[in-house]
Design a protein around this ligand. Structure first.
Ligand SMILES: Nc1nc2c(ncn2[C@@H]2O[C@H](COP(=O)(O)OP(=O)(O)OP(=O)(O)O)[C@@H](O)[C@H]2O)c(=O)[nH]1
Ligand SMILES: [Mg+2]
Length: 385
């Protein structure tokens, strides 16, 4: 499975772009692609940053002491109850600028305190199959190439690219793209330069000359902005990160042909694409199937239903034990289905249900299953209920 690495110096737009990608692809797109966070940190990072942006604030600069790893698996839904196919890993190591500096520009020995970080960053860049290098348009258009901070940033960017693309040791050179971020603010400039390549040629001629054979894209992470009280452009509360589809199109390039098409549907009907996930089970059937997901409310609703009906049967049958046992037996299968589908909601296999059978902890497990929050968006077991 190929690895996509996303890098950029301080302020290049990593956090905003990654949070936007995570939010946009929490739900499958029209081809069935979605991003499954590989760990809790990634999921909570995305939701924290997005909720801040919906309050009209950009994320804080990632602090120097934070080495944030963000990891997803890009998956494609295949329908017909099959697990989605893993397509590639998408990850970002959000290193502090100092680590980039030590790794790529600073002369002399790397300080001992940063040795591990520098090694991880270099490995990360060298092991990438696809490399996305971010440059913030504000840096190059407003500050300009004569600003010393921008010069250093561009020097680092150059060094990352030449390090990744040198192809020494028989390594396969990654596919790479330079991505200019914050395109919404500079749409006119991009248009007047004839596109992203033209912007690079005008504002960063060195980089453009060296790397104009790479893919060069200009994107923004938000589709709507407003001016705040201080006159700064901030995300509008109802923004959507839809412009980031361009990044996913680049990542996916050439993949659609390699992901196996979904098998024909039962009954000979074939699906033209993988886009239509199986509808969630409905009607009486939903109480018997183990497919799909149930959120916390649905899980507890079923448990209340079971208790209330057992009580009613006991009451109206005048305590007829045979009837109560019969009704209890009828509820066994739906109860298992209820727990299994709840487990699916937080992306756990239904086999975990067996823990409920271990007494005396079984009851506790059943309660815990009902308390854990579900995965946002699609997961391995289907769409969010
Ligand atoms: N208008 C607009 N501004 C953006 C966009 N993406 C990033 N920005 C601006 O760029 C700034 C830096 O973005 P970040 O994502 O925090 O950059 P970073 O690479 O994570 O920076 P560090 O954490 O300091 O390494 C933001 O605070 C915004 O002001 C965008 O899509 N549109
Ligand atoms: Mg950041």
């Amino acid at each position: 499975m190929k690895k996509v690495a996303i890098v950029g110096v301080e302020g290049s737009g990593k956090t905003v772009m990654l949070a936007g990608l995570g939010e946009l692809y929490a739900r499958a797109d029209e081809r069935g692609y979605f991003l499954a966070p590989k760990n809790f940190q990634t999921a909570s990072y995305v939701s924290g940053k997005i909720s801040r942006m919906r309050r009209g604030k950009w994320p804080m600069a990632t602090p120097e002491d934070v080495l944030q790893g963000l990891d997803w698996t890009l998956r494609q839904r295949r329908g017909d109850g099959q697990r989605p196919a893993d397509v590639c890993e998408v990850s970002c190591l959000d290193f502090a600028g100092e680590v980039y500096r030590c790794a790529f520009v600073r002369q002399g020995a790397v300080p001992t305190s940063l040795e591990d970080e520098v090694d991880s960053l270099k490995n990360y860049v060298r092991n990438a199959d696809d490399l996305i290098v971010l440059i913030n348009l504000r840096d190059i258009i407003v500050r300009g190439e004569y600003d010393s901070r921008v010069q250093e940033a561009m020097w680092i960017t150059n060094a990352i690219l030449s390090y990744a693309l040198d192809g020494q040791d028989g390594r396969r050179v990654p596919r790479a793209a330079i991505v200019l971020s914050q395109a919404d603010s500079y749409a006119d400039t991009i248009r007047s330069c004839g596109g992203a390549k033209g912007v690079l040629a005008r504002y960063l001629p060195h980089v453009a000359n060296n790397y104009d054979w790479l893919d060069i894209l200009a994107v923004s992470a938000v589709d709507k902005t407003v001016l705040d009280d201080n006159g700064n452009m901030v995300p509008a509360p109802d923004f959507q990160p839809t412009p980031l589809r361009a990044i996913m199109d680049w990542i996916r390039y050439g993949l659609d042909a390699t992901v196996p098409p979904p098998p024909p549907r039962r009954g000979g009907q074939s699906r033209s694409s993988v886009t239509q996930p199986d509808p969630p089970p409905s009607g009486l059937w939903q109480y018997f199937t183990f497919r799909g997901r149930k959120n916390r409310a649905q899980y507890w609703r079923f448990i209340c239903f079971a208790f209330v009906t057992v009580f009613c049967v006991a009451l109206f049958s005048g305590g007829n034990e045979a009837l109560i046992v019969l009704w209890g037996l009828a509820l066994v299968w739906p109860s298992i289905s209820n727990a299994v589908r709840r487990l699916h909601d937080f992306n756990r296999s239904g086999w975990w249900w067996w823990l409920c059978c271990i007494q005396p902890i079984g009851w506790l497990v059943a309660i815990i299953i009902g308390l854990i929050g579900g995965t946002r968006g699609d997961n391995d077991y289907g769409p969010e209920p």
